[in-house]
Design a binder for this molecule. Structure first.
Ligand SMILES: [Zn+2]
Length: 190
């Protein structure tokens, strides 16, 4: 109850009433599990296999200004359960549905793989940082002798340990999270 999914638009749509840019749509047309969709996403739990779903745009600017927003339909183009387009004109949506081809599939696949790769790299970096912080806590570096051996150990440590700005931070875990921003994984999601 009260749940929805969000469709993120590749390019913002304009509110037909005030012209404000609208970047996403909250919809109850699908599974309503707070999923994030964009063009190329497989839509879960919808009842339309291939076709056009009419929904309604919500304009935050109109709402905040106390205007009643224009009746602004938005058409979701669904092709074999994949979101193939988001259009404000029915004719455009029909054209989009008829025009889906293999090049679209390749472009969606490419974007999905790039996205998975970005998340994988971000996860690996975060995992590596947290592991090194754990090792630092478990085996705090002690003093090293001022000889050849000690110099080698210090330069080895500099190579593999976390940077000083994380180790010396008041809250090293927060510093690790700040160094691995979620935006690094979300980039290009729209
Ligand atoms: Zn508006």
């Amino acid at each position: 109850m009260g749940m929805f999914d969000t469709i993120h638009f590749k390019k913002p749509l304009a509110c037909p009433s005030c012209g404000a840019e609208i970047t996403s749509l909250q919809t109850k047309d699908f599974e309503c599990v707070l999923a994030s969709y964009h063009v190329g996403s497989v839509l879960r739990g919808g009842t339309v296999h291939s076709g056009i779903i009419k929904d309604r745009l919500w304009c935050d600017a109109c709402n905040k200004a106390g205007r009643s927003p224009a009746d602004s339909p938005v058409y979701l183009v669904v092709w074999h359960t994949v979101l193939a387009g988001v259009e404000q004109e029915l004719a455009q949506a029909e054209g989009r549905l008829a025009a889906v081809d293999r090049l679209d599939l390749i472009a969606w696949l490419d974007e999905a793989q790039l996205e998975a790769d970005r998340w994988h790299r971000r996860f690996c970096q975060l995992h590596s940082d947290v592991t090194r912080w754990h090792e630092h806590l478990a085996h705090p570096p002690g003093p090293t002798p001022d000889d050849e051996e000690g110099r080698r150990e210090r330069s080895f440590r500099r190579l593999f340990s976390l940077p000083d700005e994380i180790l010396n931070a008041l809250d090293p875990l927060a510093a690790i999270l700040a160094a691995n921003p979620i935006a690094a994984g979300e980039k290009g999601l729209d």
